[in-house]
Write a protein that binds this ligand. Structure first.
Ligand code: URA
Length: 190
């Protein structure tokens, strides 16, 4: 990991910018390859992530790993995974607007260092924060938006797919669109 990224991570581990620091076990900074060209962004850590200090390690994370694997993506190899908020909201409530605003500086700094070509927003909260505040995930999942030269797409959150297995067909199509976009704009090492 390069030293600027390591430094950012260390600073973030001590963050006290919002009240979520009072109830967290671990700051969940992110996982994966900081040189990846694809960045996945979720909403915030749940219980397992808070305990282990790594994003998407519970049931939803296992499903995310499977969907990524289907299109040759792997958190240990060629993607980076982060969240809008780095600390678990109590009882897994949606992160408050002020918590999201405070935490976005960390995500912006991470994104500047990773320099992804593609960003995938997992779920409504990440999509509304990163793509547009009136994003309708049911209508606009799978569509790429170009913002400042980065191709950004929202997908259904894997936890939503677990609750509604009929979303799986759309989710698979979105992962195939993601793979096609990778082939189109990323370097051949992918
Ligand atoms: N859900 C998220 O949005 N992020 C995680 O890290 C885990 C579950």
């Amino acid at each position: 990991m390069n030293s600027a990224f390591e430094k950012l991570k260390n600073e973030c581990q001590n963050c006290t910018r919002c009240d979520l620091c009072k109830t967290r076990t671990n700051v969940v900074f992110g996982v994966g390859n900081p040189d990846a060209q694809v960045l996945f962004i979720g909403e915030g850590p749940g219980e397992n992530e808070d305990l282990q200090g790594e994003p998407f390690v519970g049931r939803a994370g296992k499903l995310l790993d499977k969907l990524m694997y289907a299109v040759d993506l792997d958190r240990n190899k060629n993607v980076y995974i982060a969240n809008i908020v780095k600390c678990r909201p109590p009882k897994n409530r949606d992160p408050f607007e002020d918590e999201q605003i405070e935490c976005m500086d960390w995500l912006r700094a991470q994104t500047r260092l990773i320099k992804p070509k593609i960003i995938v927003c997992l779920g409504r909260i990440a999509g509304m924060k990163i793509i547009k505040s009136d994003l309708k995930i049911s209508k606009e999942h799978g569509i790429f938006f170009n913002k400042n030269g980065i191709e950004i797409m929202a997908m259904y959150h894997p936890a939503a797919i677990l609750r509604n297995p009929n979303m799986m067909e759309d989710a698979l199509k979105d992962f195939i669109s993601l793979r096609e976009k990778i082939e189109e704009i990323c370097e051949h090492t992918y």
